[in-house]
Design a protein. Sequence first.
Lengths: 337, 322
Amino acid sequence: MNTDKIENTLEIKDLKVEYRTKNLSVKALNGLNLKIKRGTTLGLVGETGAGKTTTGLSIMGLIPVPPGKVINGSIHLNGEELLNKNEKQMRRIRGKKVSMIFQDPMTSLNPVITIEDQISEVIKTHEKTSSGEAKKKACEMLELVGISSSRGKEYPHQFSGGMKQRVVIAIALACNPKLLIADEPTTALDVTIQAQVLEMMKELRQKYEMSMLMITHDLGIVAEVCDMVSIIYAGSIIEHGNLVDIFDKTRHPYTIGLFNSLPNMGDRTAKLKPIKGLMPDPSDLPKGCAFYPRCEYSMDICAKELPKAVYRNKEHFVCCHLYNSENISEGVLGFGR
Amino acid sequence: MEDKRLMLQVKGLKKYFKTPKGMLHAVDDISFDILRGETLGVVGESGCGKSTTGRAILRLIEPTAGKIIFEGEDINKLKTKEMRKKRKEMQIIFQDPFSSLNPRMTISETIEEPLYLHKIINNKRRRQDKVAELMDTVGLSRRLYNSYPHELDGGRRQRIGIARALALNPKFIVCDEPVSALDVSIQAQILNLMKELQIEFGLTYMFITHDLSVVYHFSDDIAVMYLGQLIEKASADVLFTKPLHPYTKALLSAIPIPSLHNRRGRILLKGEITSPIEPKPSCRFANRCRYVMEKCYKNEPELKEVEANHFVSCFLVKDDNI
């Protein structure tokens, strides 16, 4: 199959994932839809417990089963269904076609193996190369992420946090994957180091022509590195669009709430307007719209019916009862006309 | 000579730690004032000594040298017993609400403990009333009275930390990254609460954080620290509009701004942070500075007041031209 023709590197449809225990089932993802076009970066934005990491893990086939269980849906990577692959097949995909980097670089590296060996391990697993060649490639990768290859024989504890995250990125990119999933890659880093790492990821993405899923809670990072944005709440996407759609034509009350919670860099004294209440308990989600108990604009229908997607343009959609095809382009909340 | 408006004066504070490789200069000779009812934000990257400073001020760790003058009294000279009394007036809120609460104590017990230990209210009944009142103040619903910390989310736990700090009616609170572990929507709730409490009780805060947009929103004055030293201090507006130190400029430019408009150019810092162990007498930022000159490697720049309430330590900044 010629995968170059396929427009979407990743396409997730109606994904439902639950974590089941004896007397409780936690609905982590509730019919999640996601699309990443070739060579673009999608930002997946949401709060703790919204299902961001579960989305990443589902793509990698790393949901712990049990208690986790994929109930429904499909995940297509370059047109290939991932959910019916067995473990052996998945192992050939992970690290080769799709890689994931995690929030905490301190725990993603093996402390007793040199970083050079950790990078060449992934190359040896996926490509038919000799140890020597794999080592050589590993050193190239190190240089690529801005670490002198002479440090390849060192161990993770000899590196700072920012450098460890660079090593993790080198491992993830060693086999030139089509999709990189970055789960809060810079949350554990200082701002100046974060700026370095983000800049580097942006360059590498272009160089390798890969697609990226950037999982984050930071809208500043999204504005910095992403092309498209999906806002996730209680396991489903509630608003999706490109940067202009989301930042300037914001429609969903939750997305607006997220922006209002951030300190205004233009006006120091502006009072923050937090979203009231807390995320719903995912083992006991409200019927209808999951956001309605916290929503300022909730109506009777919100408690009963799940809102369907209303499109403002070809890409930008919002799942909210406030909107219909007539008022969506103007907006009704006076935010981002 | 004592200025009534001064809440806290720190003079030449030092904290060194012994390590196998030599003395680690965690906090190296810093001085600043905090005025009554105001907030001093302290920002810097991990390892720059901001938390150590906060703890040394409360003498939770003993400073190596320096004076900490709280309402005109050098508390560094107080004996342990006297210091314990003083802490009624100086409290701290910690970053991680998950590890700073005792998992085996209920919420009411946690909030009640300081009242009991400091013998503020000896009558149990009245103490419990006070606990309920504190829970109302910080917005914890009374049904949580007998809950344990593991039953609560991060935002509510942080509210317990705040209630506990408020229990003793302090004048001064060190807030050590109080919202860093929280989601933005919850972060905004807690920041608003802390601001309301400041106005209601006339509190003075020292607000330690690495989040620059939070500190801008929250502080009157901001101090920037780098490797144990204070390199720039000014009012929040001046610091954000007219930063002078090259590190402050780089730090501000690195904030990811959640907007598509007014984007700034980024100053990317090269190189890694120099080691704080036995530092040589040079500018500690020299290795990463793009304006570095020869004298930066030889001498240590002093913190100078270049304008009223604008302090900076950099050879680039002369007294007359800014």
